[in-house]
Design a protein. Sequence first.
Length: 297
Amino acid sequence: MSAVGQRPPAAGRPWGDLLRLHLAVAGFGFAGLCGKLIHLEPVAIVAGRAGFAALAIAAAFCLGGRARDLLPRGRRQWLGPALGLVLAAHWWTFFQAIQVASVAIGLVSFSTSPILLLLMEALWYRRRPGVRALLASLAALAGVLLAAPSLRWADASLRGMLWGVLSGGLYALLVLLARPLVAELSSWRLALWQNAVAALVLVPFLAGGRGPDGPGQWALLALLGVLLTAGTHGLFLRSMRTVPAHLAVLTCSLEPAYGIIAAAAILGERPAGRTLLGAALIAAAVAYTTWSPRRRR
């Protein structure tokens, strides 16, 4: 998922950009499957994902004659690479949720991130959350409790749900900390730095661990990093030419739906009915906080 700022839509072909947005969101959802398809520990999956993504973006910079933009300039810009630590923690907890429980549980619990961001903003800027944010937070909490098949700690689904909520909280923190940099730096440069640092910081944890078994596993790891990370990032940014930010956030709430459909088709995972109801309740909470009559066009 990517963070965007509110901007007026530019002239162009809105249907084409809306299609790009949905393809990007579907890619975000499909990335969750890799936690099951790639037979590695979450830390190794994240290191490989971030490494391949950083290499792909760096190659694009060099081919475009922008090699001079690879490194930060000035003390303030070094905050961008530092956020790679948060990105690494966010992805690690996300794949932990997927492996402990299921793709559906991991994606549904992670989808609480927009609500968690609202609450963090209230604390960060020392303001009371509005009624809309409080109602949405209660609805999202109810959705999480509903989505968990059991509230017993011995149940892997509950543990996976908690990992997913933690991942959503870390993503919300990443968005909050990155906002001051977005106004002066391109999202591509931030993505490059954060992915590179996330990969490098996890290298020490790979010592003695098992690597990918064969070309197929390496190919899946490359697919995750190049297409489902760097590629979806590019599609998402391109869609912002004509898609309003509030519509982008609403569309991103479909990420669990795309991931659950893919997991059912490829992995044979069939989420429980209450998990689907919980996902719908969380998506409704996100929609409620994002949509307002004044934003209709």
